[in-house]
Design a protein around this ligand. Structure first.
Ligand code: ZN
Length: 147
């Protein structure tokens, strides 16, 4: 099981089991959001994950774009994009933004890239060097802190 939360903690989602892959899509909106999608219904792994919005149903609002069949949900307080739904099934979370995951090792998933921009360009590149961060470390989160 993996937990996901927006930054302020108002929105909390669980996925069980933890996903084994995430989707990096470079379409016009996913690129701007910087999201990585973990799908509840997994056409690649052919598994069905249990996805539950355990807190924050009233704390989110949707951005509905383009062909108007999908809603991108964000926290009304901190703005984090947490998940998306098909508008004809608003209570079923299609995918969770894996960047909201808590205590999750990104190396444990495969990243599948979908070239919906038709440019071949992606920001997630495993060949890119990792530089040491300049920000001080945060205090370890308590059990109720899903960051
Ligand atoms: Zn929030």
């Amino acid at each position: 099981m993996v937990r996901a939360a927006c930054h302020c903690g108002a929105v909390r989602i669980t996925m069980d089991p933890a996903p084994v892959w995430v989707l990096d899509c470079n379409c016009s909106i996913c690129r701007r959001y910087g999201v990585l999608w973990a799908y509840g219904s997994d056409p690649i792994g052919k598994t069905q994950l249990s996805v539950d919005l355990v807190q924050g149903a009233d704390a989110v609002e949707a951005y509905i774009w383009g062909n108007r069949w999908i809603g991108f949900w964000r926290c009304k307080t901190c703005g984090c994009v947490t998940h998306h739904t098909a508008l004809d099934q608003p209570s079923t979370i299609r995918a969770v933004n894996a960047r909201m995951f808590v205590n999750f090792d990104p190396a444990s998933v495969t990243i599948h890239r979908s070239d919906n921009a038709h440019t071949g360009g992606f920001w997630t590149r495993p060949d890119a060097p990792i530089r040491k961060g300049g920000q001080p470390p945060m205090e370890p989160p308590g059990p109720d802190d899903w960051r």
